[in-house]
Design a protein around this ligand. Structure first.
Ligand code: ADP
Ligand code: MG
Length: 703
């Protein structure tokens, strides 16, 4: 890069050390290059001039051309204002200043033509413009850059109080571009630039700050957005190519006894088409000689566990150990019980390892693991935080991926030496396509897009708290039919004590409405001891208790097919994806299931949207899209922990989907010809990738 671009921003005239510091603190702008990459967020059309007679109410910023006829001070301090009568050929309007009066009086001349720019408002029953921007007409024509589409820049309070307003930034950009125009290095190879018909980078940067016209602005924006996505995709896909070349995986060539016996003797149902499709994809990976890195997405209840189990059996058949990690103890325990039951008559040794496993058991477990006597290890985080040593770990299954942080997965990675185990990550948090492309561009993705047959869509209804008695009546009827019920209370982040109170108040009112001995109620929350949790869960699973009052610990994975009602208290406090997860706890058997959302009368607009979305659809992907729109992609569950921070400065994941897909396609084409970007032509792309400060390294090590 030309060294002028790397100059410290403080050397730009009009900046200096103090403002430089503010630019750095507020915007991360350090060099000339950083500042030209600080893009406008909107543009005001200044190609159009209005006349006074055209002014209407509700108009945005407009500009007028005319002269000031009179100027006078009106009223007394502190409410004194300077009032000017501004005229054009069509009429006149009042311009008003409350501040900077002296300065205006000194600089603004009567009888000289001005361009006035501002927002008309009604004052004393007439249109006026307060604190307009004024520029002598003659001077606007001298200005080197045209005022066509005037850029506005994001600023902060701190910036404004140091006179770094949007207008000032605009002027700085102008000065800067005079210095660097023609020196900004091209960031795309010439061939690509030509085939994409993009403007050159210098023209692009000029037009993003000072667009000649609408078309050049459009082209500049497209190119910059494209490049932002293109670099992410290129980085991820190249990484994938690199891995495919270098990282060998164990080969599991055979389907053996265990798999076949399970399939013919133990499998209690026919696999769905989607499950079969995914199994074919996984089998192909496991036989390829390359390490599998697969993300399995499937809505709640789509039957991911079976896919995990079958994949594990393939590994066992080929003589390897496997492990399964779950986000909570309850879920780990439940997986352990499910697997124990499903593998009952097969010669497979499996054990559970969680935070509450006693030291003595833990020691024997370690021993068995090292000696290769243990086939399947199921556990929670403890599994990797522990000093577990496998004899030959061939496959790692991670359930409900979004609960695992990057660091935790990295630990697992360290356990493997030599060849890396295959990895299957399962998630029920549906990730919108655009996001999946950006986040998991280097993972292979399988989707179970079909629920097991016979499932009836869950009916979801919203009731205000005042209808509680009606709802209770309904619950009683369901229990009379032999069904079971979850009642979930929200976590109140600020205070664990409050949570507890919230839950226990709820528990009390529930036991009053559903008294013993006729009804039996379990309670479950995060602060209980593991044994107590297991016991509460066990009672409910066995149907001894009919109602489970719980916090969101029940959210993930738990499977009790006989439970047919999920009642969510204070539903307005929950996020959409959380509501969907909770609802997924029911509707697992053949009975009609229900989700009841209780709320107070006062609902924010967003809460209303969330609740309405829930009552309208059961489709996890639709819900994920709505969620992303409500919260923005950065907040979406899973993304914060993904290790790929969103540094998009101009592109938008929600609205620029088409550009993202275009960028991904082009990235694939480039890599098809030059998989590792080794050609001279693509050197410039490699430089760009190196510049990216994204933490892709960490992420891809794990996945
Ligand atoms: P999730 O994808 O949410 O983890 P599970 O694996 O827990 O879903 O499966 C949900 C329920 O569906 C379980 O009770 C499981 O036994 C059942 N199930 C899974 N696959 C099928 C199938 N092909 N036919 C019928 N029931 C199935
Ligand atoms: Mg599951």
């Amino acid at each position: 890069m030309d060294s002028v671009l790397l100059s410290d921003i403080k050397f730009l005239p009009g900046v200096g050390p103090k403002r430089a510091e503010i630019l750095f603190k507020e915007l991360g702008v350090n060099t000339f290059d950083d500042l030209i990459r600080h893009y406008p967020y909107k543009y005001t059309d200044r190609t159009r001039f209005y006349t006074v007679s055209e002014i209407e109410s509700d108009q945005a910023l407009i500009q007028l051309r005319g002269k000031i006829a009179t100027m006078e001070l009106v009223g007394k301090k502190p409410k004194m204002r300077l009032s000017a009568r501004f005229e054009d050929t069509s009429g006149s309007i009042e311009l008003i200043w409350f501040q900077g009066i002296k300065w205006v009086q000194q600089t603004i001349k009567l009888g000289v033509e001005y361009v006035v720019f501002g927002k008309p408002a009604i004052f004393n029953g007439k249109f006026s413009i307060m604190h307009p921007e004024m520029e002598e007409s003659a001077k606007t024509e001298q200005v080197a850059y045209p005022y066509t589409y005037q850029a506005a820049y994001p600023t902060t309070e701190k910036m404004k109080s140091n006179f770094l307003t949007s207008r000032v930034i605009h002027k700085l950009q102008y000065q800067l571009l005079q210095k660097v125009y023609g020196k900004i290095p091209e960031s795309l190879p010439p061939g690509l630039l030509e085939s994409l018909k993009f403007p050159g980078i210098n023209e692009t940067i000029l037009n993003i700050h000072f667009p000649k016209d609408q078309d050049s602005l459009k082209n500049a924006r497209y190119r910059l957005k494209f490049e932002e996505f293109f670099q992410i995709q290129l980085g991820l896909l190249r990484q994938k190519n690199w891995k495919n070349r270098k990282i060998k995986g164990y080969v599991f060539p055979k389907i053996g006894d265990l798999f076949n016996r399970f399939y013919t003797e133990n499998l209690p149902f026919e696999m769905t088409g989607a499950q079969k499709k995914v199994m074919r994809e996984i089998r192909k990976d496991l036989g390829s000689g390359l390490q599998m890195n697969r993300l399995l997405q499937g809505d709640v209840g789509s039957g991911k566990t079976l896919v995990a189990l079958l994949s594990m059996l393939i590994a066992l058949d080929n003589g390897y150990q496997v492990c399964l990690m779950a986000p909570t103890e309850i879920l780990a325990l439940q997986h352990f019980q499910t697997f124990t039951r499903m593998l009952a008559n097969l010669p497979i040794h499996l054990r559970l390892l969680t935070g509450s496993t006693k030291t003595r058991q833990r020691n024997s477990l370690h021993e068995e693991l090292r000696e290769g006597e243990l086939d399947i290890l199921i556990g929670t985080h403890a599994l990797i935080e522990d000093t577990v040593q496998f004899k030959n770990l061939g496959l790692v299954v991670i359930d409900e991926q979004h609960r695992f942080g990057v660091a935790q997965r990295a630990r697992l990675w360290e356990k493997a030496d030599g060849i890396l185990p295959h990895i299957l990550v399962m998630t029920a948090t549906p990730i919108p396509r655009t996001l999946a492309m950006t986040l998991y561009g280097d993972l292979d993705i399988s989707v179970i897009d079909e629920l097991p047959p016979g499932r009836k869509p869950i009916h979801t209804a919203h009731y205000f708290d005042s209808k509680r008695l009606v709802v209770f009546e309904f619950l009683r009827k369901q229990i009379a039919l032999g069904r079971q019920i979850y009642i979930v209370y929200p976590l109140i982040q600020e205070s664990e004590k409050l949570d507890f109170k919230n839950l226990y108040d709820g528990y009390e009112s529930i036991t009053r409405a559903f008294p013993a001995p006729e009804y039996a109620v379990s309670v479950l929350h995060g602060q209980m001891k593991p044994e107590e949790k297991a016991k509460a869960m066990d009672y409910f699973v066995k149907g001894i208790t009919k109602i489970m009052v719980s916090t969101t610990v029940i959210e993930v994975g738990v499977d009790v097919p006989n439970a047919s009602v999920m009642m969510i208290e204070s539903a307005e406090r929950f996020g959409l994806s959380q509501l969907h997860q909770l609802r997924g706890r029911v509707g697992r058997g053949a009975d009609q299931s229900y989700c009841i959302l209780m709320s107070g009368f006062k609902l924010s607009k967003e809460a209303k949207t969330r609740i309405e979305t829930m009552t309208q659809t059961n489709d996890g992907f639709v819900i994920a899209e709505v969620d992303m729109k409500l919260r923005g992609p950065g907040d979406l569950e899973g993304t914060q922990q993904s290790g790929v921070p969103f540094n998009l400065s101009i592109a938008n994941l929600l609205t620029d989907t088409a550009i993202l897909e275009h960028a991904r396609r082009v990235a694939q084409e480039v890599l098809e010809i030059d998989p590792l970007l080794e050609s001279a032509e693509n050197e410039v792309l490699v430089e760009q990738l190196a510049k990216q400060k994204r933490e892709i390294k960490d992420w891809s090590r794990i996945s």
